[in-house]
Design a binder for this molecule. Structure first.
Ligand SMILES: C=C(OP(=O)(O)O)C(=O)O
Ligand SMILES: [Mg+2]
Length: 417
């Protein structure tokens, strides 16, 4: 048993230039763990609650109050506690959704403690979580074209991503994704798009295209131009909650207002016309009926609940009981605790749902989410594009594992146990 000696917190910056919570946990014996937490733009309303200061600083987005809770009530709750039991002690101060202390404060302590425990054991966080045996590297989903809240609504849907499903290694998967992004960017420039406006929040191409379908078409053309047809497929994140308003799905770029049934028809037609392997949040976060309809309609497609499940056990079990979706996006800051997100991974796996560990659109250079994806044997990971350092930090962490450790690479859509 190694006890927590000290918890410190401070305000750092994320990739959108907004404040975020950073934390250092120091253990008896000298091991330390540091962590900075990310932040979403298309956040679900059922997520654990970020605490922001309000007022004038940083447009109200300061996190000094959350930091004061890190160094105050949260530090007091874990002082002298076995580092392995930190996640059990944190909820004694506040319970989900952590509105009083801030899930950004709670997660910072939780991740820093997990890192400190790994450091104390002399291993990486991934190794600490996964135990002995080869590390399982996840199949990446890589953003190529961005829209929605990540790209000034250039298109309505949020992400058109690629899945290099035939790649034989993680490094090859990233190389292929990079080739597709480069080819897609070239096609966009040839088509007259403004190079200066290209890079969106997650490093994807923020292209003002006439329709959503045009974005899929362009990336498929990029796959072909890169010579990777049949080896790289598409994944979509509609983030449909963001364009659901007044009882309809508002595709503003196209001037169309769709019912859930019409949107399901639209998505189903994309899945017929393009090599779509995975669709995230095709319906809004509380549209359980629409979700049931899309699940019945597209049994062969990976259907991922992000805003639907918000890395929450009770929402996931409602989905499992209703037979809704077949995969869960796992964002630790939606939950608030590393152990809470791990429990969602375990529950998903026992229900036969796939798991995709995900970063947020507001990130930092910190790469702990890559360690969690490996440590939990999640099978898939989504952290944005191959551009912007807060994205490459995660890919580079996985490339480092592949270069230096005994690893296996998650095959295409391999069911991981
Ligand atoms: C990463 C995502 O976006 P955000 O962090 O803005 O919620 C997502 O919706 O999957
Ligand atoms: Mg999403």
């Amino acid at each position: 048993m190694t006890r927590v000696r000290e918890v410190r917190g401070w305000e750092a910056l994320d990739s959108r230039g907004r404040p975020t919570v950073a934390c250092r946990v120091l253990l008896d014996g000298g091991a330390v763990g540091l962590a900075t937490v990310p932040s979403g733009a298309s956040a679900g309303s059922h997520e654990a609650v970020e605490l922001r200061d309000g007022g004038a600083r940083y447009g109200g987005r300061g996190v000094r109050t959350a930091v004061s809770h890190v160094e105050g009530v949260l530090a007091a709750a874990v002082a002298g506690v076995d580092v392995a039991a930190v996640d059990d002690a944190l909820p004694s101060v506040a319970s989900p959704p952590y509105a009083s202390v801030g899930a950004n404060a709670v997660l910072a302590v939780s991740v820093a403690a997990a890192r400190a425990a790994a450091a104390d054991a002399g291993v990486s966080l991934a190794r600490h979580l996964t135990g002995a045996g080869p590390l399982l590297l996840p199949m990446p989903m890589v953003n190529v074209v961005s829209g929605g809240a990540h790209a000034g609504s250039a298109i309505d849907i949020q992400d058109v991503l690629v899945v290099p499903h035939a790649a034989g290694s993680f490094a090859e998967a990233i190389e292929w994704a990079s080739a597709v992004r480069a080819a897609t960017a070239r096609l966009a420039l040839d088509g007259g798009h403004d190079a200066a406006a290209l890079v969106a929040d997650e490093g994807g191409l923020g292209l003002r295209l006439p329709t959503n379908r045009a974005a899929l078409e362009l990336v498929v053309d990029g796959i072909e131009a890169a010579g990777l047809t049949g080896r790289v497929g598409l994944a979509l994140d509609l983030a449909a909650t963001e364009f659901f308003a007044d009882g309809a799905y508002q595709l503003r770029r196209e001037g169309r207002h769709l019912t859930a049934a019409e949107l399901v028809d639209e998505v189903a037609s994309w899945c017929v016309d393009y090599p779509v392997l995975s669709v995230e949040d095709p319906l809004a976060e509380d549209d359980w009926a629409g979700w049931a309809a899309v699940t019945a309609r597209l049994p062969g497609v990976q259907l991922v609940g992000d805003d639907l499940f918000v890395t929450d056990l009770s929402r996931l079990s409602r989905g499992v009981s209703a037979g809704v979706a077949n995969a869960v996006l796992v964002k630790p800051n939606q939950n608030g605790l590393v152990s809470g997100a791990a429990a969602v991974v375990a529950a998903a796996r026992s229900a036969g749902y796939r798991t995709i560990v995900s970063a947020r659109s507001g990130e930092t250079e910190d790469a702990w989410v890559a360690d969690l994806a490996v440590g939990w044997r999640a099978g898939q990971i989504k952290v944005g594009s191959t551009h912007r350092s807060e994205r490459t930090a995660k890919w580079n962490r996985l490339l480092e594992f592949e270069a230096l450790e005994d690893t296996t690479f998650a095959g295409p859509w391999e069911d991981v146990t």
